[in-house]
Design a protein around this ligand. Structure first.
Ligand code: ZN
Length: 242
């Protein structure tokens, strides 16, 4: 099965559409959460996601915050403002969709979470030590995570018992042999100094992972953020990819 793996769309439906076009035909779409927050189009984003075939979609921390499940003082000021904006702009149907999202899902040899298998909605895996601590918390060969907005792979070497990390080249297939934690990066708010929308294709038959990037109309999204009264920092960050 060829699964499109996406995460952290953050109400950027223009980036999402570019990713879906670039990915072409896939057998399933696996979305690792944070559909909302930061961007100007939470309703359109959720409506596109809802209709995707063979969708698995998880709850992210911004989704949980919009639902009132996480205290807003856990976020910085701009993130808080954008969450409050989301709360008054998301339709009841779309809020209900967020409410039904699970924190974790296991399919075949793959575990899906937003943050980490140990603490699915909130923990950031940003270094090898945190990654190493998390390998015992899932039983499959692969664990997919988002949340950090940084595309990366953490590899648990079975022989040596060590954990290493790697940044994989865009557009090249990585063959999964050892147990791994894979992060596709962010569709709608990338933070690795590359402003293009990030996604990945996981082939569960061949056990390959291919990170991808695609350009989209950033100016249009920045204008929409500014005209909707959302914090402008999230528009500026899009241009920097940071
Ligand atoms: Zn996020």
């Amino acid at each position: 099965m060829r699964a499109l793996v996406i995460s952290d769309i953050h109400a950027n439906s223009i980036a999402l559409k570019a990713v879906l076009d670039a990915a072409g035909k896939v057998d399933a779409v696996w979305c690792l959460g944070d559909l909302v927050g930061y961007g100007p189009d939470p309703n359109e984003t959720i409506e596109i996601i809802k209709d995707l075939p063979n969708l698995i979609c998880l709850l992210g921390n911004h989704d949980a915050a919009v639902l009132g499940q996480i205290r807003l003082d856990a976020f910085n000021r701009e993130a808080r403002e954008s969450i409050e904006w989301m709360q008054s702009n998301i339709s009841p149907d779309n809020l209900f969709f967020l409410k039904m999202l699970p924190e974790k899902h296991v399919i075949g040899q793959v575990t899906l979470v937003h943050g980490s298998p140990r603490n699915p909605v909130w923990e950031y895996i940003l270094d090898v030590h945190t990654a190493a601590d998390n390998f015992p918390f899932f039983g499959t060969k692969v664990c997919l995570v988002g949340h950090t907005h940084l595309p990366v792979v953490y590899i648990h070497s079975t022989d040596k018992g060590t954990v290493n990390w790697a940044l994989l080249p865009v557009g090249e297939k990585y063959v999964i042999t050892d147990r791994v934690i894979l992060n596709p990066g962010s569709v709608g708010q990338p933070r690795d100094h590359d402003r293009r929308a990030a996604f990945a294709i996981l082939d569960t038959y061949r056990m390959t992972w291919m990170p991808e990037r695609v350009e989209y109309d950033i100016n249009e999204v920045q204008n929409r953020i500014k005209s909707s009264g959302l914090p402008t920092r999230h528009a500026t960050r899009l241009g920097d990819g940071m």
